[in-house]
Ligand binder design. Sequence first.
Ligand SMILES: [Zn+2]
Length: 597
Amino acid sequence: MGGRSGEARRCYHPGRMRYRVSMPEPHSHLFAVELEVDRPGPAPVLAMPVWTPGSYLVREFARHLEGMEADDGAGRRLPVERLDKHRFRVDAGGAEKVQVRWRVYANELTVRTAQLDGRHGYFNGANLFLFVEGRLAEPAELEVVPPPGWHVTTALEGGPTRFQARDYDELADSPVEVGTHAVERFDALGKPHDVALVGRGFLDVPRFVADLRRIVEHLGGLMGGLPYDRYLFIVHLTDKRRGGLEHERSTTLHVARDAFFPREAWEETLALAAHEFFHLWNVKRLKPAALVPYDYAREQYTRLLWWFEGVTSYYDRLALVRAGAGDAGRYLEHLGKEWTSLERQPGARKMSLEEASLTAWVKYYRPDENTPNSAVSYYQKGELVAWSLDLALRRAGRSLDELLRLLYARFTTGGVPEDGVERTAAELLGGPAARDFFDRYVRGTEPLAPDLDVIGLAARRRAAQALDDKGGTPPRKSGDDPAAGWLGAEMAAGPKLLVKSVREGSPAWRAGLYAEDEVVAESGFRVDRGGLWDRMRQVGAGGLLRLTVFRRDELVEVEVKLDAAPEDTVWLEPVAAPSEAQRAAFEAWSGAPLPGR
Ligand SMILES: [Zn+2]
C-alpha cells in the first residue's frame, strides 16, 4: 500500500488493495488514509459507501472526506475528478499503479461511525475506505499506524498493525479500535474471545466476562457450534447507551458507564451483547437474499428485517434466561412491557411488519413525535411476533429454534429469499396455519394473540397506574381513590413535564395538546409529574384538566376533558393450576421453571 516512501514497505502483496490509516494529529479528528491500487486501468472510479451494513440509513459518509489526491507511486501527480456526491475518477494515464490519499473527519462516537481524538481512535471501514468500483471482491491489506503508545484491535487476520481482509466486505465489516484499551480474553467452546474495554465505567469485568462466556456457550450450542476462529467484543463505556452493531466476527457495543447496576440494568447490557452476538448467525451469515451482495452505493430493500431484527431481539433476552444469566420473572416482565408499548401505538394498527421492514430507510432510523401514531418497530413487534410464532410452533410440537436452524442450514449461501421464512415455517407448522399466521401478524396488523396457554401463562390487562407506568407488572393496590382519567399524552423522561407524543384520538389529541409542549401548571397552580397524576385521579374520567403549557416559549392554555383509561397495560402470569405438560413446556422454552403466582 501506498505512502510517499513505497520502498519502506516490508511486505508488499501485488494484486491486493493496500490501505493504510494513520493519525498524525489525533486532536484534529482527522484520519489520514491511503490506498494503493495495482493495474488501475485508464480511469478507475473510487467510491465512498453511503451506508454501512446493519444500519439501514443512508448516512453519506463522503460528507466527512477531504483532501483527495492521487499519484502514480513514482511522484507523478494524477488528476482526480469528482463525479458526484461520493465518487471520484482518477486519470491513471497508463500508470501501473495509483496511490490515492484522502482524509476523513471523524468525531462521531457511535457504533456505526468513526471517532478520533486524543484518547482513542475507532472506525468502521465504510466510514473511511473508498473502494474501487468493480473490484470489491479483491483481497485487501490494511496497515494501521497508531500514535506512540497506542495499540490496534480488530477481528481481521494479522496484527499487530498489519491485517488482511478477504475482500472489501470483510474490511468494511471489521471495526478497528486504536488506543490504550485493555483486552480481556476468554475461551468458549474451544474458541478464543477477546473483549476490548474502551473508556471508564463501573464495570465488574470478571463477572461480565463470565456472563458473556455463558451466553456464547449457550448460543453456540443452539446453533451447532461457533463458525469463527476468534471473536471480538469492542465495548465502549460512554455517557449513555447507544446500542450495538453486529459483524461476522466482532461487535461494537456502546454502553453507559453506569449500565451495570441494579440487576435490571445489568441484564439490559447483557441482552445487548447477546443481541449483537446472535447476529453473527442471524443477518451476517444468514442474510436476506436482497442484501447479497451488499450494494454500498444505495439502499437495498427487503420485507424480512422483522425476522433478522425481531427474532434476534427475541433471542437476546431469552438467551440470558436459558444461559442462567437472567431471571425468568424479569423476562416475563420485559415481554409484558414490550406488549404494553405495542398496545399503546396506533401505528401498530396501520403498519405491518413487512412494511416496517421495507421502509426502514426512511422511517425506523428517523423517529419523530408522530412515529407511535403512524409506524411500528420491526424490533419490538418483531420480537413479540417471533415469540408468538415460537409458541404456535411449540403447540405443533416444533419450535423457533428448529425453524432457525433449518433456515441456517439452507440459506447461508445466496441468502434467504423474500418468501423463505414463511415457506420454511410452513414445513413445520403446515401451509394453511403458516399462511394464516403471516397474514395476521407479518403482512397484517392484527393485535397479538400468542398461544400462552401452551407454556402455562396468561396475559392480564389493566389501566395504567402512573404517568410513567410501562406495564409488565400486576396492579398495585390503589386504595379507595377512583381510577385516573385518561389524558393520552406520553411524557418524556426527565424533570420537566415535556410532552413526547400525543396518542391519536386521545383526549389530549382532541384538545390540541402538542408534542414538545411543556406542562407547567394545572388549574393555575404549578404542577410536577406526581401532582399531574394526582389531579388525573382526582378529576377522573369525564373531569377537566386546565393545563398551562409553554409552547415554543409562549404560554398557552389547553383544557382537556379526560376519558376513561383504556386497559392497555399488559402483564403476564402463570395460569392458576398449571399442568405437568405446561410446566415442562415452559421449562423447555425458557430453560427455567415456571414461576409461582
Ligand atoms: Zn440487531
